[in-house]
Structure formats: C-alpha cells, structure tokens
Design a protein. Structure first.
Length: 137
C-alpha cells in the first residue's frame, strides 16, 4: 500500500491511501505536531517503508481489543495503528481512515464515515497478516 500526504496543517496531516493496484482505499488523517521551527506541521510517521502487522490492540478508553494493523519500526514510536476517527484529536499519531475530507464551517478539516471506511479497509485485507506501507511526504 502507499500513503501519499497532500497537506500538512495545524488540524491534521491529510492524505490518500492506495492499494497495490493504485486504487484509492481511503482518505487519511494523522495527528499533526508543531516542529521546532514553530511553522511546520509533521506526523509521527516519517516518509519511508514500513511493515504493517495485524494484531489485537486497544485504544484509550476502550474495554476490549480490536483487530487492526500496526505500522512497525516507526523511529521513536510504537503502537501506531490504522483505526477510525474523524478529527485530529482522535489520533495520537495513528492513521485514521475516511471516505472523504471535508472543510467544516470553522475552516478546520476532517475525514468522514470513518467507522465504515475502517471496516471496509479491514475486510479488503481479510486473510492478510502483514503488508508493506510506503509513506510519501
């Protein structure tokens, strides 16, 4: 799979996730972190290639595990997951999946229909235990 980031904003890092055949799988949102220069927003996952591994995980506030893929070997970080969520605040560095990106009335952006998009993502990978993710800036 390939993640292409389209915008680095204060309200998130927005991009698109494509499968091995170049088909759009989902729009993405990652939490944005203000860098030392105080003008640049960046995600936790740098550009590069990463192995994503299926396993049980639990988000903060959840009482039970769910199956998802973890992006492994992210320098300085662990537990970077694919999961649902609509806003920058719903991620601490994970990749949120949605069916489109919209601009809200206050000018901030978000992804929509995240739970259904995540479900479709997981269904499309039924039987897959790991995959390679290429991340472009």
């Amino acid at each position: 799979m390939k993640l292409i980031r389209d915008s680095h904003r204060f309200d998130g890092i927005f991009g698109r996730l494509f499968d091995a055949n170049g088909h759009l799988v989902a729009y993405t949102l990652e939490h944005s972190y203000l860098q030392d220069d105080k003008t640049t927003w960046a995600p936790k996952i740098p550009a590069g290639q990463f192995v994503c591994v299926l396993g049980p995980h639990r988000l903060n506030g959840m009482t039970s595990d769910f199956e998802t893929f973890e992006v492994t070997n992210v320098p300085g970080h662990t537990n970077i997951l694919f999961h649902w969520g609509n806003f920058d605040k719903d991620s601490e560095g994970c990749i949120l999946l949605g069916d489109k990106i919209i601009t809200q009335t206050d000018g901030t952006e978000m992804v929509t229909n995240s739970r259904e998009t995540f479900k479709n993502f997981m269904n499309s990978l039924d039987g897959v235990k790991e995959f390679m993710l290429t991340v472009q800036a």
